[in-house]
Design a protein around this ligand. Structure first.
Ligand code: IMP
Length: 211
């Protein structure tokens, strides 16, 4: 049986950008959100080797510490020709200075070394894993992807991370050339394209009241 989210939900992130986005997604469902940072909760090590495992580590740690249901996400980019790299290491490939141009250049170098010049050889997908954990160990988990190809050089200045190198399937503009409403927004205003938007729709279906 799926469990519905009621009352206060802890958002298990210390990333201000993610917090804003998650609050926006949750507000229409009447869920009051408080962040792990606001509660002074620590950040667990992300030791999982899948997105799903890391989302669960973060949600369970926050739920146990706050004694409230907690919501966490984990996400990243998986490149087919690189056997899914950078995957759960997507943030780490950018280094301590969060240099995503360098991370995109590293991927491009590896693709060139493999002779991956055609779009069909440059397929990649973003993954978003979401987990809601309750203090009694119940968890609800969903995962979604956004498929596309990698372009070089990167295009656009919108978004974050690997957005400028990612051309979503069926589109002519990269995520870096789209507004955030186009990328993450749900229809009718947005295109509901991003992995995070798709995962959130799945979570809303099983855990949130539709208003
Ligand atoms: P997380 O905070 O552990 O989920 O790290 C996810 C990393 O994956 C981010 O630092 C970005 O590099 C990358 N990533 C995840 N989602 C996106 C996206 O929508 N656009 C661009 N990069 C993303």
């Amino acid at each position: 049986m799926h469990r519905r989210i009621t009352g206060t939900l802890v958002i298990a992130t210390h990333n201000p950008g993610k917090l804003v986005e998650m609050r926006e997604l949750l507000a229409p469902h009447g869920v009051e959100a408080v962040s792990a940072g606001e509660l002074g909760l620590g950040e667990p090590d992300e030791t999982g080797d899948t997105f799903r495992a890391n989302a669960r580590i973060k949600a369970v740690a926050a739920a146990k510490a706050a004694l409230l249901p907690a919501f966490a996400d984990d996400s990243g980019l998986a490149v087919d020709a690189l056997d899914g790299a950078p995957g759960v290491l997507s943030a780490r490939w950018a280094g301590p200075n969060k240099d995503f141009l360098a991370a995109m250049a590293r991927i491009e170098r590896l693709l060139q070394e493999r002779g991956a010049t055609q779009p069909s050889q440059r397929r990649a997908h973003f993954v978003s894993a979401l987990c809601v954990a309750w203090p009694d160990d119940h968890v609800e988990e969903v995962e979604a992807i956004a498929e596309g190809t990698l372009v070089w050089p990167p295009r656009g200045t919108a978004g974050f991370g690997y957005d400028p190198a990612f051309l979503p399937e069926g589109h002519r503009r990269t995520f870096g050339e789209m507004t955030s409403i186009e990328k993450h927004g749900l229809p009718p205003l947005g295109l509901g394209l991003s992995h995070r938007a798709r995962a959130f729709v799945k979570l809303a279906e099983i855990c949130l009241d539709q208003r």
